[in-house]
Ligand binder design. Sequence first.
Ligand code: PLP
Length: 352
Amino acid sequence: MYPRVNIDVKKYEDNVRYMHTLCHDYGMTMMAVTKVFCAAQPLIDVLNRLRVDFIADSRLENLATMKTDCKKVLLRLPSIHEVDRVVTHANLSLNSELKTVEALNKAAKRAGKKHGVILMIDIGDLREGIYYKENVLNAIRDVKALAYIDLVGIGTNLTCFGGIVPTEDTLKKLIDIIDMAKRILKTEFRIVSGGNSSHIHLMLKGKEIPEVNNLRLGEALVLGRETAYGKAIPNMHQDVITLEADLIEIKHKPSFPEGEIGMNAFGQKPMFEDYGLMKRGILAIGKQDVDYHEIIPCDNRIRLVGSSSDHIIVDLTNTGNDYDVGDVLRFKLSYGSLLSVMTSQYVVKHYG
Ligand SMILES: Cc1ncc(COP(=O)(O)O)c(C=O)c1O
């Protein structure tokens, strides 16, 4: 059945083992981030087998359904409306709002247990976290005062919204806060969660930030690359998950539509270039499953032309007679396309 994603469990295991060891060599624990593959249990089983330090996911639903004995971390800031479920399904959560942490404190009291919190600091990427120039020490003091909250650490996230690359200069903003907390509040953090797969570019250059003792890694484990500059990580697989879709039509047609151009299926006026006559193929996969801009044909003679809800149109002109109706095209995936094909219920998940 197509379309389908082929998930190479062995390659994922290789990648996780390699990165887990590398993190430990650098004195860091690793949170394996599972949201990109919707916390699929065969890959959670890999994390269980390798006894990773933590499993982290941004969706509470994934944390609730995965079967694991590893410590579970909620990556996205909790909604104040779901604090009881957060305390039930996560050992730790990343937080930046005192109001929410107070609600978590009450929920933890109701559940009769402590909930771990990592306080997020925004050092310039401008997504979540208390802005580093604000009074972070007050926030630390307030969180520490809550009886059912265990302030286990401090963290930051980079290269997600603003594209800010982790450098020694940028991370110094976090380290200054750690120093101030130690000096003024006599507080030390068990976890300093320094970032995501973008941090790996520092490790590849042999640079160590001794204060950072934890990373939260998703993309590096599935795509085998760091995300500051998108470079492949030596000794890791870049093709853990690939996509296959089958051809349901192959015809010679013009490349420029004929007649008056109005709106396409999505209410936009489409623009075309005239490449003359084209051998066009239609794949049984569409916008509902994936953005065609985000998939990369393994056969580099194939060009992606466009898509509608259920179809992707490809240019097969340079492929001679190599493809017939029913043939399957293979694609490499970006992080964005991986996220959507794993989420689409119409894409078969095949584990090998
Ligand atoms: C807060 C946070 N940390 C870490 C990650 C993992 O990022 P990456 O996949 O780049 O390693 C994400 C995204 O999934 C995130 O939202």
